[in-house]
Each structure stands twice: as C-alpha cells, then as structure tokens.
Design a protein around this ligand. Sequence first.
Ligand code: HEM
Length: 161
Amino acid sequence: MYALLAAFAKWLEGTWWGTGARTTLWAYPFIQLIHFSGISLWLGTNVAVDLRLLGLGKNRQTAAQLSEDLFAWNWTAFCIVVLGGFLLFSATATTFITNPAFRIKLGILVPTALVWHIIVQRKARVWGRTADTPAVAKLAGLLELLLWLSVVTAAVEIPNY
Ligand code: HEM
C-alpha cells in the first residue's frame, strides 16, 4: 500500500504541474494563495453555520436558511481548497507523505471533519427550522468547529517536520 502511494507521489512530482510548482519562483506562493483563499471561504461558511447552530444570531436567519444560502459558496470553496492543496502536494509529494503532520491532517482529520460536515449540513435542514436550535444541534456545531480547528492545527505543523 505504502509502495503504491510512494510510486504515485514520485509520479506526481514528475508531472508538468508538480515540476512547475517546485521550480518556478512564484508558483508555490501563488498556489498557497489559492489554497489559503479557498480555506478562508470554506472555514468561514462552515463557522457561520456552526455558530448559528450554537445559537448565535437568533434574530436573523434560521440555521437551515443560512446553510442553504451558503451551500454553493461552501462547496465552491472546498473545490478551490482541494485544487490548491493537490498542487502544493504535487510539488514535493514524496516528502509530504513522510511528514507526520501532513499524514495526520490528510489521512485522519480532513476525512473525519468532512464526513461530519456533510452530516451537519444535511441535519441543519431539520435542526435549523426554528430560531432556537436543539441541544443536539449545538453539540454538533461545536464538534464541527473543534474538528476544523484540529485540521488547521495539524496543517500549521507541516513545515515544522
Ligand atoms: C479541507 C480543509 C483544509 C484545510 C483547513 C487546510 C489548511 C491548511 C493550512 C492552514 C495550511 C498552511 C500550513 C502552514 O504553512 O502554516 C495548509 C497547507 C497545505 N495543505 Fe491544506 N488544508 C486543507 C485541505 C488540504 C487538502 C485536501 C490537501 C491535499 C490534497 C492539502 C494539502 C496541503 C499542503 C501540501 C500544504 C502545504 C504545506 C507547506 O507548504 O508547508 N490541504 N493547509
């Protein structure tokens, strides 16, 4: 399994986009800009709904309305995050796959947080119909906030290894 991943990483580094991201002076910072801009919008839209589930902004939209209104922005942002992340990864993929922080981030935390996000987003349609949200919605929103916080914590540790 690891041999397959290592072979894929080596192949990625040799692609035109992997080589370009690694060797062109401005490319890596520019791709970081793409990744970070996507993250801002992705986390921003997630946090807005999570805080609404926690009970903030009761006098404005319901959590269900807010989640619905932000849906397209939310998933457009995720595509930008993945595109940027994939290109950053392609630059030095063989190094990233040995990086413990990167492995925890992408192997455990991102999949867990993503599955939880999809569950919360679907459930928000039910939990978020009224101004007051049930206790389970508050707990779910809080858990999602903590999961994304752990993703960011692992991500900022990547350069330290
Ligand atoms: C989905 C939510 C994601 C979040 C919140 C996130 C967050 C971050 C953050 C905050 C950094 C900056 C770390 C730093 O330099 O201090 C980063 C870097 C990075 N991310 Fe993500 N990321 C996400 C998804 C992904 C995905 C899906 C991939 C791969 C396909 C990826 C690959 C990378 C890579 C390779 C770096 C560069 C690390 C470096 O150059 O040192 N990320 N990410």
